[in-house]
Write a protein that binds this ligand. Structure first.
Ligand SMILES: *[C@@H]1O[C@H](CO)[C@@H](O)[C@H](O)[C@H]1NC(C)=O
Ligand SMILES: *[C@@H]1O[C@H](CO)[C@@H](O)[C@H](O)[C@H]1NC(C)=O
Ligand SMILES: *[C@@H]1O[C@H](CO)[C@@H](O)[C@H](O)[C@H]1NC(C)=O
Ligand SMILES: *[C@@H]1O[C@H](CO)[C@@H](O)[C@H](O)[C@H]1NC(C)=O
Ligand SMILES: [Ca+2]
Length: 260
């Protein structure tokens, strides 16, 4: 057997399986994934990667259980749209629309970073920011806030008394996400970003697991899942001089290894 045919025999099973090492959202009907609360304090961040073949869907949603504050991230017409309110009243939510052709089934990385009145929004190498005016820059109260949902909201919100517990009720009716999500990372009001795993969900598959959920040998560093392997990100998240240092974008690259 020539070495060429040997290589083909090794490669073909992977092509046929089209394996995805990520959280896989399978249906558009009632899908949702419930993640732990995010402590969205005035300097917190949340980031994740997704890929999909569809140009519209709810990616992520969380709120303060129907009082004022919410964060909704959607794919709208191929771009990623953020809508967020954290000041008193609901009249002036901030909105940003960033990126294009997000339904191309490539991995895209989304990050929201708070800086008191200012909100920074990153989608791959695109970014934007908005300043909110008003009072009370806290995002609800972490002890009473809602969970973080990816892909959609549970059907229980279809009950009208439950629906009124959403700060942005339209989020319940948005198109559910069909595609994959990986590398959900919170800066949960600390300088140490942490990987976050789903609590429960419907119409999704977490097999095969993303690389960092299988092996994480990054120690104190942050593990970032790639397509087949994982990498360790050891720099870029210290609170140097009381200020946050921006992350390097590692999305889509294979076999990362950035350990210092
Ligand atoms: C983030 O912090 C909040 C409040 O301290 C806590 O309830 C939540 O579980 C934390 N999330 C994670 C993923 O640790
Ligand atoms: C979607 O985007 C395309 C071009 O990017 C534009 O022509 C079209 O009007 C947009 N549709 C909606 C509903 O915004
Ligand atoms: C709606 O939710 C309320 C409060 O949780 C509950 O008492 C009621 O039975 C629910 N109604 C339906 C139709 O599920
Ligand atoms: C955000 O602020 C809190 C307290 O105000 C601090 O403990 C935390 O380290 C800060 N986090 C970042 C990423 O700067
Ligand atoms: Ca608030």
């Amino acid at each position: 057997m020539t070495s060429k045919t040997f290589t083909l025999i090794l490669i073909i099973p992977f092509l046929i399986l089209d394996v995805t090492w990520a959280l896989n959202f399978l249906q558009s009907s009632n899908t949702y994934a419930r993640f732990p609360k995010w402590n969205a304090c005035k300097n917190a961040s949340i980031s994740f990667e997704f890929r999909t073949r569809f140009p519209s869907a709810l990616l992520m949603y969380t709120d303060d259980n129907g009082v004022n504050d919410f964060l909704e991230i959607m794919i709208v017409n191929g771009s990623v749209r953020l809508r967020m309110n954290f000041v008193d009243g609901k009249d002036n939510p901030i909105e940003m629309i960033v990126g294009q052709r997000m339904g191309d089934f490539n991995w895209h990385r989304v990050e929201v970073r708070r800086n008191r009145m200012e909100t920074l929004f990153y989608v791959d190498h695109f970014h934007d920011s908005r300043v909110a005016f008003g009072s009370d820059f806290n995002f609800g109260d972490v002890s009473t806030n809602n969970y973080v949902f990816f892909g959609g909201l549970p059907q229980t919100y279809g009950n009208l008394s439950r629906l009124s517990k959403l700060s942005l009720t339209s989020a319940f009716y948005e198109t559910r996400f069909v595609g994959e999500v990986r590398n959900v990372i919170y800066e949960n009001c600390t300088c140490q970003p942490q990987r976050v795993r789903m609590i429960e969900g419907i119409s999704l598959s977490r097999e095969p697991q993303e690389a960092c959920d299988v092996t994480n040998n990054c120690g104190a560093c942050l593990c970032i899942s790639g397509d087949e392997r994982h990498g360790c990100q050891c720099q870029g998240f210290s609170c140097e001089h009381g200020k946050q240092v921006m992350h390097e974008t590692l999305s889509g690259k294979k076999g990362l290894n950035r350990c210092a």
